[in-house]
Design a protein around this ligand. Structure first.
Ligand SMILES: Nc1nc(=O)c2c([nH]1)NC[C@@H]1CN(c3ccc(C(=O)N[C@@H](CCC(=O)O)C(=O)O)cc3)CN21
Ligand SMILES: O=c1ccn([C@H]2C[C@H](O)[C@@H](COP(=O)(O)O)O2)c(=O)[nH]1
Length: 283
């Protein structure tokens, strides 16, 4: 995945050190990156210069689409990646809104599937988008947003990929996803998979061809304790050709995603990769 490695190299070469208060660590940072994934031609953007745990990445996006707000539900789907933010984050543990073990609060899908309206009540943004796209409607505002500044206090973390905007041109579906903050060694490895899968899945269940997915990142960073393995190991490796993602064609509706879909409905073919690299994770 050349685009990914180019971004990593750019951060190493041109990044600026920024102190991050929330994690207490310094991050080597660049501003603005634009990645494109050719979903229609199955150019699956899986990192090959280390082993990528793509199943965890897909479990996360399935959990968001289902509106989960609990790390136990994510574990059930097949990923432990929300455990630390739900249970080991001092600020969230001290927050009286936290409902107990594994609670993540009002974040991601929990918000987007029940977005509060100013006059009371809520709206299921994903349901509306799927209904419109299924009828061939693109109202130029088919936006799944997880961003609600009024809700930041109510969740363990602000959403990082916070907006997914779908567009139809003829019978081809496009996606523009926006990310405010990106942990390039760990998070982006997953986020590329998620943007790809989101467009592929929504195209499949709304009966359209998938086109390109455009992924905009604002703050792209490498934490100080991740820099050496990125610069001295991962960036010295030569990438392999991209593998293919296979999605069960029986997935035909949002209800299918909500009820029976599991990681067994996704397979990756011809995944050749280098050895795993364990990057430090910052809570
Ligand atoms: N600092 C930070 N970076 C992130 O990428 C991130 C957060 N926090 N908090 C919220 C979610 C959780 N995410 C995570 C959390 C853990 C891994 C991780 O440990 N990945 C390992 C192993 C994955 C596995 O075994 O399933 C990896 O090598 O990719 C990745 C993404 C992405 N997000
Ligand atoms: O999908 C995700 C979720 C999180 N991240 C990273 C980006 C940052 O390193 C942290 C969040 O910290 P903030 O202080 O809230 O910016 O998590 C990611 O890359 N992808």
């Amino acid at each position: 995945m050349r685009q990914y490695l180019d971004l990593c190299q750019r951060i190493v070469d041109e990044g600026v050190w920024v102190d991050n208060q929330r994690t207490g660590k310094r991050c080597l940072t660049v501003i603005n990156a634009d990645l494109t994934y050719d979903v229609g031609n199955n150019q699956f953007p899986l990192v090959t210069t280390r082993k990528s745990f793509w199943r965890s990445a897909i479990a996360e996006i399935l959990g968001y689409l289902r509106g989960y707000d609990n790390a136990a539900d994510f574990r059930q789907l097949g990923t432990k990646t929300w455990d630390a933010n739900a249970n080991d984050n001092a600020a969230w543990l001290a927050n009286p809104r936290r409902k107990g073990e594994d609670d993540m609060g009002l974040i991601y899908g929990a918000l987007g599937r029940a977005f509060p309206k100013p006059e009371g009540g809520s709206v299921d943004l994903l349901r509306q988008i799927i209904d419109d796209l299924s009828k061939g409607i693109d109202n130029r505002g088919e936006i799944l947003t997880f961003y609600h500044p009024g809700a930041f206090e109510l969740g363990c973390l602000r959403p990082c990929m916070y907006s997914h905007h779908f567009s139809l041109l003829g019978d081809t579906l496009y996606l523009n996803s926006t990310q405010r903050s990106c942990d390039v060694p760990l998070g982006l490895n997953f986020n590329m998979v998620q943007v790809y899968v989101l467009l592929a899945l929504v195209a499949q269940i709304t009966g359209h061809k998938a086109g390109q997915a455009y992924h905009k990142i604002v703050n792209a960073h490498i934490y100080e304790d991740q820099l050496a393995p990125m610069r001295d190991i991962q960036l010295t490796r030569t990438p392999y050709t991209s593998p293919k993602l296979i999605i069960n064609p029986k997935i035909q509706s949002l209800e299918d995603i909500e009820t029976w879909v599991t990681l067994d409905d996704f397979a990756v073919e011809d995944y050749q990769h280098h050895d795993p690299i364990k990057y430090p994770f910052s809570v």
